[in-house]
Design a protein around this ligand. Structure first.
Ligand code: ADP
Ligand code: GLC
Length: 480
């Protein structure tokens, strides 16, 4: 089975969040299942620098405003197709933002080009290789299935995975021509979205299959509260949608071999990682649990609720260590909170420190208002760092709550709270402090957490089965 993955990020080459972890891990997870996945990525400077054994497989005279070359090669163990288009991708910093911290104004065209090339490879092949399935991720791949039928690739099946429906990839209707869209499809059946253009809506309407990254988020997407204006579209496409949980890279996140920490294999020997973290962050000894957070700092992640609940945590003898970056108001508020000696805050993006935090913490907090899957609670489970999570999306699907029932059966792996308010989070932190003081129950929960399966096995199988089902179906969903 040949599958072309199309996404704007891929770890370890370029990453702003969990999307990159997923697109970076899936090819290897699928390789053992007879799926050959190649990944199409924009040629950002970091990708161009990592590319090896590159050979040109196609040249575009005009790819959305300039010439471009499609390169095939390898990088960081990945089988890559890279779009070398300096006018679109040879820019500093993050894939989406200019030096002023704002979206590049031509982002709609930059990622329409990604979708265009994805469709081109599906219709015409790259070298001698042609995929049977196009697997796109998020809005950046949304236009693929708009372009594909026009290019003649109607025998190729398509999957679009929703990692976060909050990013709809909208553009002003005046850009219809610069985005190379068919004006006849500027309607509710096509890419029109509240009077504008949405790349995500385009893909949601026209991909053969839709997936999202947890079963609970799949259900939530049908509701006005979580659907971000696309809930009607999701209800319309309900039959095409499945929720497939993310896994984590068990080699990169393995407490027994992690080069960033003093390795450990059981909860009892986790103490060295915690002691080292306290020294590194200048945190004193404390009675209560050391809570950690590794997160983008946005409204989605609910970190403002943590600020409100912090006094209750420290009053109970607990501590907090946070690593994150994002909203400057939140960054400032946490830096101010760090005047308390029991609170340590590091603003920035630091892969190695994220490992030391997740290994050294007693608990990891993920109080998200919505969370399609979430990966850091999975890292927490693997390292015996008890997740304290909002009862939403993938956080609901991956943690077994220390409810009276969960504790009575001895199966709990973490703490869930609802609704997603500061009051409920405070309650969860109080429960955390109580459980932490009960050493037997706590050790049991840590052992349960470390034994919980968080790898890709089952989910990679679910994707492989989906590809197989799609290619067995002869008639595509849309016969345009
Ligand atoms: P999202 O994709 O919404 O940001 P996820 O939990 O799925 O949330 O994935 C976030 C990923 O980014 C994780 O791998 C996490 O460890 C990483 N991450 C987030 N913030 C930082 C940071 N400041 N430093 C290092 N890694 C980070
Ligand atoms: C998105 C979501 C996150 C998910 C990640 C990878 O960034 O916010 O919940 O884990 O994608 O699928």
């Amino acid at each position: 089975m040949r599958v072309l993955s199309v996404a704007s990020e891929i770890a370890p080459l370029v990453k702003t969040g969990g999307l990159a972890d997923v697109t970076g891990a899936l090819p290897a997870a699928l390789a053992g299942m007879d799926v050959h996945m190649r990944s199409l990525v924009p040629g950002y400077p970091a990708v161009m620098a990592a590319l090896q054994e590159a050979e040109t497989v196609h040249a575009f005279d005009d790819l959305f405003g300039g010439p471009a070359v499609l390169l095939q090669g390898r990088g960081a163990g990945l089988d890559l197709l890279v779009i070398d288009a300096p006018h679109l991708y040879d820019r500093p910093g993050n894939p989406y933002l200019g030096p002023d911290g704002r979206d590049w104004p031509d982002n709609p065209e930059r990622f329409a080009a990604l979708s265009w090339v994805g469709a081109h490879v599906a219709a015409h092949s790259a070298g001698a290789w042609r995929p049977q399935v196009l697997h796109g991720h998020d809005w950046q791949a949304g236009f693929m299935t708009e372009y594909l039928p026009r290019m003649g690739g109607t025998d190729v099946r398509s999957v679009l995975t929703i990692h976060n429906i909050a990013f709809t990839g909208t553009a002003d209707p005046g850009r219809l021509h610069s985005l190379r869209l068919d004006p006849a499809r500027f309607n509710s059946e096509g890419y029109e979205f509240w009077g504008g253009i949405s790349a995500l809506k385009a893909g949601l309407m026209s991909a053969d299959a839709l997936t999202t990254v947890s079963p609970s988020y799949a259900d939530e997407l049908m509701t006005p509260e979580f659907g971000m204006g696309l809930d009607g579209v999701m209800r319309h496409r309900q039959a095409a949608l499945t929720g497939i949980l993310n896994g984590i890279d068990e080699q990169v996140w393995d407490p027994a071999t992690d080069p960033a920490i003093v390795p450990f294999t059981d909860p009892a020997s986790k103490a060295a990682a915690k002691a080292a973290l306290r020294v590194e962050l200048g945190l004193p000894q404390a009675e209560g649990p050391l809570c950690v957070i590794v997160s983008r700092m946005t409204h989605q992640k609910g970190l403002d609720l943590v600020l409100e609940a912090l006094p209750a945590l420290t009053a109970a003898g607990g501590q907090l260590a946070l690593l994150g970056s994002g909203d400057p108001v939140l960054e400032q508020a946490f830096l101010q909170a760090a005047a308390d000696p029991n609170i340590a805050v590091r603003i920035g993006y630091d892969e190695a420190l994220s490992h030391r935090l997740i290994a050294g913490g007693d608990a990891i907090l993920v109080p998200s208002r919505f969370e399609p899957c979430g990966l850091t609670q999975l890292y927490g489970l693997r390292y015996g760092t008890i997740p304290v999570v909002a009862l939403t999306g993938g956080l609901a699907d991956t943690v077994i709550n220390a409810s009276p029932a969960g504790l009575a059966r001895g199966v709990a792996t973490g703490i869930q709270f609802a609704p997603v308010t500061a009051v409920a989070l405070r309650g969860a932190l109080m429960r955390l402090a109580t459980l932490y003081a009960d050493r037997d129950t706590w050790s049991r929960m840590q052992a349960n957490a470390m034994a919980h399966p968080v790898g890709w096995g089952q989910s990679a199988r679910a994707y492989a089965d989906l590809y197989a089902r799609l290619t067995r179906t002869s008639s595509p969903k849309t016969s345009r």
